[in-house]
Unconditional design. Structure first.
Length: 353
């Protein structure tokens, strides 16, 4: 499975991420058949990406021999705190979570650590505090890949809009900083308009509309998540800009997530690229690491046997950075970044039933 070491040292704690009421079972930390009881808090259920993660979670829990208690914090750290209290009262032995506010979750992590309940955080990394493992992809690479793709397509000049996620999230900050840094270094003649959206599709649509009105010559859009997909396509269609890539009016669009709709849109020429976050592997390895923590296993930095790398973010905090490829229609290399074709069967978005 993963790189393992018998040396105790990777600090315990796991954070929760999954939706309420799914395969619940009781008992003082274990079901009647002896399976460990794990709490999973889903961060939200209003995007295709997180709904896919929610779908995968019970599947992998069954494969790993884990019983679940699940909640949904709906992008609200206060609800996450309350959900964790429920998990504690139910006797869970570990927690997986995906806190969207990566600063405000610290007191909740401290409480779980005091209770000796290990936590794994999924997709996000807490700004402070300890967890057993962070299961995530390299979000700076997301921003860099989007930058290199747009820079190559625009031949190094023009205007692009970046629809940022939440800047209270490490993901939003990583993607934003990396995109900006890459543009400044490699494509100084491209103007970037950064728009904070807090992962809200309606806000993204409104801000993109304003930018397109002020700057009708915008030629690129970087959406930091598929939350903005529908609104972006609708706006481009209204303005006669949702045209094939060979049309001079085409606006190049890059997203992040790798949901089935993005893959279909890339094949149809309506958007141009995405970075495929592994929703299936997030669910699999979040639960796997929770089980490892309950079993007393430990890890150290280095390559894993599932084509990822564990890094030490800071003392006591390890992060398993899973693969997240750039996806395009042709599978070509852009700005030195290789891509995978949108119809590639290795992509989880092409394998949902």
């Amino acid at each position: 499975m993963r790189l393992r070491t018998g040396t105790a040292g990777a600090a315990l704690l796991l954070a929760a991420a999954l939706t309420a009421a799914c395969g619940d079972s009781g008992g003082a930390g274990a079901s009647a058949d002896g399976k460990p009881l794990v709490g999973v808090d889903y961060p939200r259920s209003d995007t295709d990406f997180w709904n896919s993660y929610i779908k995968y979670t019970p599947q992998f829990a069954g494969e790993l021999g884990i019983d679940l208690k699940t909640t949904n914090s709906q992008n609200d750290v206060a609800k996450l705190t309350a959900n964790v209290q429920t998990f504690i009262s139910q006797g869970v032995k570990g927690v997986a979570m995906a806190p969207q506010d990566t600063a405000a979750v610290a007191p909740t992590l401290q409480q779980l650590e005091a209770k000796k309940i290990p936590v794994v955080t999924v997709d996000t990394r807490p700004d402070t505090g300890n967890v057993f493992m962070v299961v995530r992809a390299d979000n700076r690479a997301y921003g860099e890949k989007a930058c290199q793709f747009l820079g190559a397509k625009l031949n190094g000049a023009g205007k692009v809009v970046m629809l940022q996620g939440g800047l209270d999230s490490i993901n939003g900050r990583d993607r934003t900083e990396a995109f900006n840094d890459c543009m400044k270094k490699n494509y100084p003649n491209i103007t970037v308009f950064g728009e904070a959206t807090n992962w809200d599709g309606a806000v993204a649509s409104q801000k993109l509309q304003t930018r397109l009105t002020e700057h009708p010559d915008i030629k690129g859009v970087y959406m930091q998540s598929s939350f903005a997909l529908a609104g972006t396509k609708q706006l481009l269609k209204q303005r006669g800009l949702l045209v094939p890539p060979a049309d001079p009016k085409h606006v190049f669009v890059v997203s992040n997530d790798g949901i089935p709709q993005e893959l279909k849109d890339i094949a149809a020429g309506e958007i141009d690229a995405t970075v495929s976050q592994p929703a299936d592997l997030y669910a699999k390895y979040a639960l796997s690491y929770v089980k490892d923590a309950i079993d007393g296993k430990t890890f150290q930095p280095g390559p894993t046997d599932h084509d990822s790398t564990i890094i030490q973010v800071r003392p006591g905090l390890l992060e398993d950075q899973l693969q997240a490829p750039l996806v395009t229609a042709d599978g070509a290399t852009y700005g030195g970044v290789p891509s995978v074709k949108s119809d590639d069967k290795s992509l989880w978005g092409n394998n949902l039933s």
